[in-house]
Design a protein around this ligand. Sequence first.
Ligand code: SF4
Length: 348
Amino acid sequence: MADFIDFFVIGEGEEVLLELLDSFRNWKRPGKEELLRQVATIPGVYVPSLYQVEYQADGLVKSITPTVPEASPTIQRRIVTKLPPPVTKPVVPYIEVVHDRGAIEIQRGCSRGCRFCQAGIIYRPVRERSQPEVVQAIGEIIANCGYSEVSLVSLSTSDYPHIDELVASLSHRYHNLALSLPSLYIDSFSVELMDSLPSHKKTGLTFAPEAGSGRLRRIINKNISEEELLKTAAAAFERGWTGFKLYFMLGLPAETMDDIEGIISLVDEVRALCRRAKGRTPQIRITLATFVPKPHTPFQWVAQESEQGLSAKHELLKQGLRRKGIRLSWQDPKVSLLEAALSRGDRR
Ligand code: SF4
């Protein structure tokens, strides 16, 4: 991307953005080179054009050397030690938008450690916003923007400490407020939590088992047993849900066709559970993502599955999940290959 991007901020942007704006304000146009040399002195900023890259005979990177004194030999990732104040006066769109609601980041980072997940690695360490701060900020969002729905944003919302107390306190304080809880972990607690929302509409729950077998889930460190998964589904059906969104990832390291068959069996078991509990077929929307090895994760050196391999797996699932109530969507393997090239490619 070095040919297209003038500079990258490595890490979190809230503090460094102000430093960049200072540099921009002091910049005497024209002459972009001068600006780039100035921003290169800001910790966390990487200016590709100010480095010379050499390669070994086998193609690996041999060295990355600064070509000007302003560029640092190593770039330190920027992190904010305390979450910055929440945005309570966002621009409110005057056309209909997909996520037409307020949002507050209640926690940054995730301690689950799934091995494919780049967000789990690059947003470390986990930092929470205090409950009083969340409650007050939501009051301000409602007053400033008029939203009647607010999303409690986090990589893993059910891991926020005492999330049940926070939800109860918000429901008690803001009677007409609908709360959206994205990114819930697969367990009965998440189902109870969703059920505790006074204005929930019991449309669908979203969970991400990611792989079709316990063996593969252990490999990727998504340690949910099949028993736990089915217990969660049963708890949801008991509480009135008849629909699910499920996310799976294809092309994971050490994945075999048995793991793909495992997705079909798992979905069949969930359907059977619902029919036993509710006497009807559940609506299940299944999204198939492709595993793309990402830098800084334990799987960063793993090969990307070929287009043919992915297509064969898609075909198996399309045939195996051709059932009433199931809707399947998947990512085009060509787009996944492009994503892999952008994730791990270098200047060549
Ligand atoms: S739980 Fe979600 S956010 Fe956390 S590491 Fe796993 S995939 Fe990433």
